[in-house]
Ligand binder design. Structure first.
Ligand SMILES: NC(=O)c1ccc[n+]([C@@H]2O[C@H](COP(=O)([O-])OP(=O)(O)OC[C@H]3O[C@@H](n4cnc5c(N)ncnc54)[C@H](OP(=O)(O)O)[C@@H]3O)[C@@H](O)[C@H]2O)c1
Length: 334
């Protein structure tokens, strides 16, 4: 089969299409013929050699969509022929991938098989970090940093669908228009405005903050949170170490938490996937939230796909297409 690997740690150009043996599904697994794979920021870090604890699998890719073509022991053969999307520890940028069967999900009606490749990582991250163990209150404010990102574009839509009011940061006016269409009420251009000033001037004290920036934003995230508020850190693009004034936690009765989806044990991911199929998939099926595919490029253009994310020229999700005959679709917007 064809698969995309990083020939060595480095810039996007180290990505190359190579030939690998088709994996065999082990007990509890299904083999998926891949239609498309989602590109995530973690893939960029793995390619560059900076992702801590990345799986040994040199084939990148944390999520795919496709068709089940074989099953291992203990998995129903009834799955064969089903269209599905899947969450993976790695191995998604390939024509075939063996998947833990419990980490498959159906493709929601109203979502194309191709676009389904970009659902699982964002949905599982948003659900597990913001809605477990309990969801934010409808009517409360949520601050979503990077609302035009793959994760942010779902976080914004899902919060709005739950009656939560969304403020979000973006890096350009074009991205601002994009997140407004997704339902964000307050859009802050982080290149021109200070998000804490903008929120505090309006008297907005979010009950929840979803952060992907880390060190540079920590103090201001704590400053804006309302009493009893919750800061959820899922990325630290500006750095992982900083100092904070701990008295803010005591005075505001604040909670600071975070998690990494990839390193969660399988049984936790099983439950998260069950939950998102029950709680998020119906919203896709009713058209209340939509996939945000920005571009879908063939495996041969994996380096361009990584450059799009690296230069932050995308809005929503970037996909890679396993089938070279599927036409590339640059700059498609929801
Ligand atoms: N913990 C987990 O389980 C988990 C799982 C998945 C993803 N993540 C993390 O979630 C983040 C998003 O992932 P993704 O795959 O969706 O990546 P992505 O689409 O490449 O998003 C990265 C975003 O960061 C934004 N950004 C950069 N500097 C910013 C700043 N100073 N303020 C606000 N936003 C800023 C960019 O927006 P602009 O261009 O508009 O600035 C861009 O939209 C990454 O940090 C990733 O590591 C964590």
């Amino acid at each position: 089969m064809r698969a995309v690997v990083a020939s060595r740690p480095g810039a996007p150009e180290v990505l190359a299409v190579t030939r690998r043996a088709v994996p065999q599904p082990a007990a509890g697994e299904a083999l998926v013929r891949v239609v498309a794979a989602g590109v995530n920021r973690a893939d960029l870090m793995q390619r560059a050699g900076t992702y801590p604890g990345a799986a040994a699998d040199p084939i990148l890719g944390l999520e795919v969509s496709g068709v089940v073509v074989a099953t291992g022991a203990d998995v129903s053969e009834g799955l064969i022929g089903r269209e599905a999307c899947a969450l993976l520890p790695g191995g998604g940028y390939a024509e075939y991938v063996a998947v833990r069967a419990a980490h498959l999900a159906p493709v929601p009606a109203a979502v194309s098989l191709r676009d389904a490749a970009g659902l699982m990582e964002a949905a599982a991250t948003v659900w597990s970090n913001l809605y477990m163990p309990s969801p934010p209150e409808p009517g409360s404010w949520m601050l979503v940093h990077g609302g035009a990102s793959g994760i942010g574009s779902l976080a914004v839509q899902f919060a709005v669908a739950h009656g939560v009011r969304v403020a979000t940061t973006v890096g350009s006016p074009e991205k601002g228009l994009f997140v407004e269409k997704l339902g964000a009420e307050l859009v802050i251009d982080h290149r021109r405005q200070d998000f804490a000033d903008e929120l505090l001037e309006r008297g907005i004290r979010p009950a929840t903050v979803l952060d992907i920036i880390g060190a540079d934003y920590l103090e201001r995230n704590l400053q804006v949170l309302g009493r009893g508020g919750r800061l959820v850190i899922i990325g630290h693009q500006s750095g992982a170490s900083t100092q904070i004034d701990l008295s803010r936690l005591l005075l505001g009765n604040l909670t600071v938490t975070g998690s990494g989806l990839r390193m969660r044990p399988d049984h936790e991911k099983d439950r998260i996937i069950d939950d998102l199929v029950r709680h998020i998939w119906p919203l896709y099926e009713r058209g209340e939230i939509v996939p945000t595919t920005h571009a879908a490029l063939p495996f041969e253009q994996a380096a361009e796909a990584h450059q799009l994310l690296e230069q932050s020229h995308h809005r929503g999700k970037v996909l890679l297409l396993a089938d070279p005959d599927l036409p590339p679709t640059p700059d498609r917007q929801p």
